[in-house]
Ligand binder design. Sequence first.
Ligand code: 5GP
Length: 184
Amino acid sequence: MSSGQLIVLTGPSGVGKGTLVRSLLARHNELYLSISATTRPPRRGEVDGKDYYFVTRSKFEEMIYQGELLEWAEYANNCYGTPRFDVEEKINSGTKVLLEIDVVGARNIKQTFPDALRIFVLPPSLEELERRLRRRGKDSQEAIACRLERAKEELTAIEEFNHTIINKDLNQALQKFESLIFAV
Ligand code: 5GP
């Protein structure tokens, strides 16, 4: 059986990674999106086991200790990590697996999966990113400020990635995302 592929989508919080991924999954149910574990509390409407596995910090530390995470990173005072088992199993059975993770996680993946397709999503501008973060209304003022600071750092990492997508127009961004994944 042919081996699957790992596709890593990264970019600053609020850039629209989630919308891109959801739109692509709606078109391609053969893709598998890894569900991350996080110590962040659920936002309104988020469901445990669907959006994330919401865990305590001690459970997260145990997952690290037991080697259950393929990668993990601290982001805006919370921990996020990719559970190893499902991802490895899906790749071995020939599936294309998507990870939607931050820059630090994407760097770590480069060490373990050098052949992963690594895509960076950019906002049209930092001002627009700030508008989007405020408009979605999911984070406190403090969390938004923290995410914007982190975004500035993350944007300096673009050159480490195989491909970039500027998310100005959702349809165009989606088309590029789709062609990058299915051209390989
Ligand atoms: P949010 O709190 O907005 O859901 O996610 C914050 C950031 O954490 C986003 O950039 C998101 O892509 C990233 N993230 C989500 N899951 C993971 C993961 O498993 N590992 C890493 N390294 N980052 C993640």
